[in-house]
Design a protein around this ligand. Sequence first.
Ligand SMILES: Cc1ncc(COP(=O)(O)O)c(C=O)c1O
Length: 372
Amino acid sequence: MYLSAPEATDTDIEAVVAAMKSGWIAPVGPSIQAFESDMCALLGVRHAVALSSGTAALHLALKFFGVGQGDCVIVPTVTFGATAFPVSYVGATPVFVDVEETSWNLDPDLTTSAIKDLEASGRRVAAIIPVDLYGTPAQYTELQALALAHGIPLISDAAEALGASYEGRPAGSLGDAAVLSFNGNKIITTSGGGMLVTSNQTLAEKVRYWSTQAREPLPWYEHLDIGYNYRLSNLLAALGQSQLSRLGELVAKRRLVRSWYAEGLNHLAGVSVQADVPWGESNAWLTVATFDGDLHPNAAERVRLALEEQNIESRPVWKPLHMQPVFTDAPSYLSGVAERLFAEGLCLPSGPHLTQEQVMSICELIEECLAA
Ligand SMILES: Cc1ncc(COP(=O)(O)O)c(C=O)c1O
């Protein structure tokens, strides 16, 4: 059993076949515009650019905001490496800031201290990238105010959060631009793919241009800029559009799965299933349980191994980026929350196919493992 298996229905398959039969087997075609406009309608943003990955979307957003050599970019330390890798692509330095206890997202107080400290030492903070971890929204009001006060662009990494909301506003509609991912394990998938969403027309136009090899509108290939081959293919956009039409259903199912885990685990002392935060609703992309390290030493790893023996995939919370060998030289502002989450947190199977019986049997295995 996988952590987050993709789901493809007959309708999804028919959508891809129809796109193939239409002859648009290329990174251009009507399904791309249709997918983008459905996403704009859903999120209430003006522009969406479908790309080959969320990582590509982050890369081009950073490029648009002029982030480059010598700049610093604030990144929460608890996230997938793909949030920080594009910072390195543009020659800037990621600065890892710890997360707060409630949402496990960028800590606004620590972010404030980090910006003041970096600016005092003469460094330019050129972007802030809050992440909506596992589908839980970050604290945008505080972060947006901070970004505005310092004139820093806010790029929301909502790769894991499509279908979630912050104070009633959809994840992906916050910040100066947001990034989505449709990787195979995400809540909707195009097997691989991503999107940049924004209401900034200049940004959307630039990203569309760069992502299609910076081609000038001339009969021959004419280039004034370095281009990127980052556009999503029309076939995959057809799959994305079909999947997007079921987003509500997929979110409801994942939230139901998470509620079954809560029922099966929250009564155990020192065990807690991540819940919604007061400021928003999660899409419950992954259900994450934490095991109190004093009551249950090394439990997350013991449970992971016990589940693995039964062919059930689970995964530790993201290893903090400040602990990653590739980022040992990057500055960090830490409170200890990230390292505790890495030691105590475990992502559990969360796909929409799961039945209540399967979730309950995973909970029983966990209970037995903790008692052993
Ligand atoms: C938080 C986060 N940011 C960025 C990405 C990158 O997205 P992609 O895999 O589409 O490049 C992912 C997922 O893969 C992610 O989980």
